[in-house]
Design a protein around this ligand. Structure first.
Ligand code: ZN
Length: 306
């Protein structure tokens, strides 16, 4: 078990092509999404949430998941993650050759019903079947616990619910669990507490954290997670994800922002930061509006060698 202050290396899971683009007002075509993901791979990122297997009509920004997967460059050590919310999504993920599947259960009952159109108990039940299928197919399966730190409909979320989901995931054979602050509501101390409780409940599961910067606490929360020993963090290039014209922007923490901070802290991450900043500028141009992350605006310090 990693103790506080011992983290030497953090793995970034890039979620911009999924969580980011899914929530952006600009809808990109398959070719541009493939180009985005390819650039992220070229930056040295090794785990990328590339697609989501949802209803194309309900989520037009994620349409064509199969076409994206078919067009992506396959490179040694690069893992493309497909997000799945139900059995049908998982079947599609399995059929089109993702390297990992990420299943979602919402800690909040109301959010689960709105997000997945099913009661939480049913979504959990499906997880057990999916985990068996994943094991048979030798497909790594992660679980994201959405609204783990708060729900827009129910308010505070009882950590006991998160821990129950985590225990069920461990029993089912899920190998990694992501605690997600879906609406960017939490604070660093709450992060430390929930990470510690989750680790105690499921000591064999790898822990990952997923933060949104909705209330500008995202980077502080990520720091708290690392201090608590978490070594895998979700983030999105350029901090994409929220509508920049709406007051309730809900983007993920920016990949280049969190990696810059880790760099300065002497924590390894294996990503070419100048190249990632160029990719952030590129995706900003493709989306046609300003993006939220900041390091790509100010540049690195000290300046990268030219
Ligand atoms: Zn998210």
């Amino acid at each position: 078990m990693t103790m506080q202050g011992e983290v030497k290396e953090v793995q970034l899971v890039e979620v911009g092509p999924r969580d980011g683009l899914q929530n952006d007002p600009t809808i990109l075509d398959v070719e541009t999404r493939v180009a985005f993901i390819t650039r992220l791979v070229d930056c040295g990122i090794r785990r990328i949430e590339a697609v989501s297997f949802v209803n194309d009509k309900r989520v037009p920004a994620m349409a064509g998941a199969e076409a994206v997967m078919a067009a992506l460059p396959r490179r040694e050590g690069v893992s493309y993650i497909g997000l799945t919310l139900n059995q049908r999504g998982f079947d599609r993920a399995l059929a089109c050759g993702v390297d990992e599947a990420n299943y979602v259960v919402c800690a909040s009952e109301t959010f689960n019903q709105r997000n997945q159109g099913a009661p939480r108990a049913a979504t959990l039940e499906t997880m057990h079947g999916i985990a068996r299928q994943a094991a048979d197919a030798k497909l790594p399966l992660s679980l994201t616990v959405a609204t783990a730190f708060g729900c827009p409909f129910e308010g505070e979320v009882d950590p006991a619910i998160v821990l129950d989901i985590a225990r069920q995931a461990a029993d089912a054979g899920v190998r990694e669990i992501a605690l997600a602050d879906t609406i960017g509501a939490t604070d660093p101390y709450s992060v430390k507490r929930l990470v510690a409780m989750t680790r105690a409940a499921v000591p064999d599961l790898q822990l990952r954290c997923h933060f949104h910067n909705t209330r500008n606490t995202g980077l502080a929360n990520a720091y708290a997670a690392v201090e608590a020993g978490v070594t895998v963090l979700d983030a999105s290039c350029a901090g994409i994800g929220g509508c920049p014209f709406a007051p309730k922007a809900t983007g993920n923490i920016g990949s280049e922002d969190i990696l810059y901070m880790l760099d300065r802290m002497g924590i390894r991450h294996g990503v070419d930061l100048p190249a990632l900043i160029e990719t952030a500028k590129w995706i900003e141009a493709e989306l046609g509006h300003p993006t939220a992350a900041q390091v790509s605006k100010a540049g690195l310090f000290p300046k990268a060698a030219e």
